[in-house]
Design a protein around this ligand. Structure first.
Ligand SMILES: [Zn+2]
Length: 284
């Protein structure tokens, strides 16, 4: 199936209240695993990439690889740039034909963030590229972006004004989730989600998906959070499955067997998320 716009995936999931995983890939094997799991479960899926990975592989190579690999699976897929404070990288990704970007100007003042996000939206929309906006800074460091504190919560009327005036396609609010691994049970601010949704119904994004309970996912999805970011868990599964295979097969030197074993573990992990999010069977 050809690659589809992010807006299409978000709208369908938002309207029908299910979640679509945005899985962070780092190479061919991880991209292959995400797409394979999507095909197996008939799930729409978002292939997500951090700026750090873009800097290693290059925006164009990732896009070309994505286009070719996504074309082989019969489900809607789209390519998204995760937390990006750097407008040059956003321009490179848009020029390379990516579908969506998160312009992360959460370190700027409210006014500067609003003004710059509006410019990024104007630019990106000319090419049909969706923009995710962020106002408050999500707790935790994700591939070199962010800090352990996150930003202060912005008043509801200012958050709503930000959504309206920038024209963003989705919004990533700080609701108590965090990047990385949770030390205790996260305290999720469901009320905040309900308030935003009532004031301005826009697809909201769950950051820090790793470690949230099934019940929390279901509740947030039902409120209107159709995009769910999963990065940390895939990094753990990736490293653990390499390690386990190499320890179990100390004299095996066929790289394709190693990569095949890693892919299998990743696919199982990703499929279980797709099942939890309710995206199974939603690929029309
Ligand atoms: Zn994030």
């Amino acid at each position: 199936m050809p690659v589809v716009p992010m807006q299409q995936i978000l709208k369908h999931a938002f309207d029908h209240r299910y979640g679509v995983g945005a899985f962070n890939i780092v190479d061919w094997v991880t991209m292959d695993a995400v797409l394979f799991a999507a095909a197996e479960t008939k799930s729409p899926v978002i292939v997500q990439v951090s700026v750090k990975t873009v800097k290693v592989m290059g925006a164009k190579l990732i896009r070309v690889m994505f286009e070719e690999m996504a074309g082989r699976v019969p489900v809607p897929t789209t390519l998204h740039l995760d937390h990006c404070p750097d407008r040059k990288v956003i321009e490179d990704c848009v020029a390379a034909g990516w579908n969506s970007v998160l312009f992360d100007a959460s370190k700027l003042t409210y006014e500067d963030n609003l003004a710059q996000t509006r410019q990024v939206v104007e630019f990106a929309h000319q090419y049909g590229v969706a923009v995710e906006g962020e106002l408050e800074g999500i707790k935790g460091v994700e591939d070199g972006v962010g800090d352990e504190y996150g930003g202060p919560i912005v008043a509801l009327d200012k958050a709503v004004a930000f959504i309206r005036q920038t024209g963003i396609d989705s919004f990533a609010p700080a609701i108590g989730t965090a990047h990385g691994l949770y030390k205790g049970t996260p305290k999720i601010n469901f009320q905040r989600v309900a308030e935003i949704m009532e004031a301005e119904p826009i697809p909201l994004v769950i950051h820090g998906g790793t470690g949230l309970s099934e019940e929390t996912f279901h509740k947030l999805i039902a409120y209107g959070m159709p995009k769910i970011n999963i990065s940390t868990q895939l990094k753990i599964t990736l490293a653990d499955s390499y390690r386990a295979y190499l320890e179990e097969h100390p004299t095996e030197y066929d790289p394709l067997k190693l990569l095949g074993a890693v892919k299998k573990k990743l696919v199982a992990q990703i499929e279980s998320f797709m099942h939890t999010f309710g995206s199974e069977g939603k690929a029309a």
